[in-house]
Design a protein around this ligand. Sequence first.
Ligand SMILES: Nc1ncnc2c1ncn2[C@@H]1O[C@H](COP(=O)(O)OP(=O)(O)OP(=O)(O)O)[C@@H](O)[C@H]1O
Ligand SMILES: [Mg+2]
Length: 302
Amino acid sequence: MYLYHFGLRELPFTLTPNTSYYFGLPSHKQAIEVLTLALKTGEGFIKVTGEVGTGKTLLCRKLLNELPDHFVSAYIPNPYLSPAELRLAVARELGVIFDGPVDQQEFTQRIQQRLIDIHRQGQAAVLIIDEAQALPVESIEALRLFSNLETESQKLLQVVLFGQPELDTKLALPELRQLKQRIGFSYQLSVMDLDQLTQYVRHRMQVAGYRGGDVFSAACCKKLFRASQGTPRLVNVLCHKALMLAFGEGKMQVTPTHMQLAVQDTEAAIQSSTRLAWPLLFSLLAGVLLLGAGYWFWLRWL
Ligand SMILES: Nc1ncnc2c1ncn2[C@@H]1O[C@H](COP(=O)(O)OP(=O)(O)OP(=O)(O)O)[C@@H](O)[C@H]1O
Ligand SMILES: [Mg+2]
């Protein structure tokens, strides 16, 4: 691999949402601010949406790492769960102890009791759900019932939903309108612009241990921006491939050609139109010439 070649400690563009690589993009910073404020005010539901690969899971992990000590958190990363399974997962995360089999009603009561205990100890419970667009409708309704638990002045459980835009489609269903009304704060993540992308790439190289001049030139970043549309995950995929190509040629800088090859090798990337237009233009021209020559030959000799 190219680690030694570029003087890196580790791979800079892996797909794992590793918080040590977090770069404070304006959109992500704002999302954290909204979350912090919403958790302070004790709002019932908070929602963060963003397109595929825009950094939701990374933010989720960052939020979990940075929650003040008085928060007791429950984290559900894969919520494709029935209401009963969801209740069980929440109970486990909150540390509810079961000594034997209990029915659903008893189950809910135990969770409620645990939430009351948390509140009495001067703490606050927060449930963080990633990939919330995968929650079945009945489980979203179960969540609403959880969030109904409250004291005179405060919710006993706050819920943070991270999801792809399909979450909004789901929440627009008439049967979920009660929950939709309970969302006090929401934030939509945006993709990076060219300038942010350039800094993002530089930042990840530096965190991975790189200490030289820019490996990705301005021309390279422009190509990268066009192909990725500023989506962090796609940027990572393309940068990793481009670094491998540069390493293969023994170069210390990624050239626009390396980037172009990386783009061509990546299905999810936006292929530049010039790449498709030129061969098309050439074949059209050749076709016209051949037809013309055939016609001339026919007139002249037949
Ligand atoms: N602000 C950021 N700083 C550093 N890396 C980031 C940032 N935002 C996103 N990334 C990186 O982009 C990649 C995709 O991020 P992540 O997995 O969090 O996206 P996602 O929105 O959860 O995607 P999906 O919708 O598929 O679940 C990860 O490698 C992550 O580390
Ligand atoms: Mg994710």
